[in-house]
Design a protein. Structure first.
Length: 296
């Protein structure tokens, strides 16, 4: 049975941030460097407002709504009527489907061909340096066409741990060729599933544990569990790493999660997306998107 969502720490986090701002004025931290240092320390203290093991977000879709009835969660911003819709879930009544067709403006949003959900406005789900979190989701690659080796190996993003402000994405998962890979920071990469083709039209369960840091004391660990498995397998890890890639905390930068389909594609000399060397339509289902406070 799916666990019920617990909205924990939102208002308390805001209060702590306000307190931290007031404290910076009293201590004379008026330059940008001092203000950022104070804000990072304050946000780190928010971790203490959430008990270890608490479920911070639990998107189950069991009420049939694209935001699962959770204020601050968005189903998609793509304008197409079928850019996001509900489907049967992972041993449950509902999940969300995201659809993107290259070259069709119904699936174009935020300067790319994408249809993605996010929790940008769900305050408890945001991440900052000093936090330690577990992210879980299940994905179903619906009738996913295999990569044609005669074409360029474009990627299709299915899950992102992002920061606002345009800085490098801390961690994202995408299909590339016939693998599911991770891209992290500006140039990090690694293979999570070497060949996902046997898992097409089956639920794949992901778990990502992260300690968010601005120095080399952070980590992330990515696990998977197939539909016929009982336990998770560690697939990729990055230890002793700087995991929070943002550089604009003093300006209100924040980390948040996204899930759906975000397509990469080539462009011609006029800047138009090339559709002749890529699969036109991709559809992915997502279910049971959860955030849990670590350590357990």
């Amino acid at each position: 049975m799916k666990r019920q969502m617990m909205n924990i720490g939102g208002f308390a986090a805001i209060a702590v941030l306000l307190l931290g701002t007031a404290c910076s004025k009293k201590t004379g931290l008026t330059n940008e460097e001092g203000a950022e240092k104070n804000k990072v320390e304050t946000l780190s203290n928010v971790q203490g407002l959430t008990a270890n093991g608490d479920t911070i977000l639990n998107v189950t879709y069991e009420n049939g709504q694209l935001n699962s009835g959770i204020t601050g969660v968005r189903g998609t911003v793509a304008p197409g009527a079928d850019a996001a819709y509900t489907v049967p879930g992972d041993s449950s009544t509902y999940a969300i489907a995201h659809k993107v067709t290259l070259g069709n403006p119904d699936y174009y949003s935020a300067e790319a061909y994408r249809s993605e959900s996010d929790a940008l406005e769900h305050q408890p789900s945001l991440f900052f340096p000093g936090m330690e979190r577990r992210y879980e989701f299940s994905v179903y690659l619906k009738d996913w066409e295999q990569w044609n080796s005669a074409n360029p190996p474009y990627g299709d993003n299915i899950f992102q741990l992002k920061v606002t402000g345009g800085d490098p994405v801390p961690v994202r998962l995408l299909t590339k060729r016939n693998a599911i890979v991770a891209r992290y920071d500006a140039s990090g990469n690694g293979t999570v599933i070497a060949d996902f083709r046997p898992q097409i039209n089956k639920w794949i369960h992901f778990r990502i544990d992260v300690k968010w840091t601005l120095d080399n004391t952070g980590y992330f660990k990515i696990y998977t569990r197939y539909s016929n498995e009982q336990s998770y397998t560690l697939r990729l890890q990055n230890l002793n790493a700087r995991t929070f890639t943002g550089t604009q905390l003093a300006n209100g930068q924040k980390g948040y999660i996204k899930w759906g389909v975000y397509r990469e594609a080539g462009k011609d000399a006029n800047g138009n997306v090339i559709t002749s060397d890529n699969v036109l339509t991709r559809i992915a289902y997502h279910d049971n998107v959860r955030i849990i406070a670590l350590p357990l």
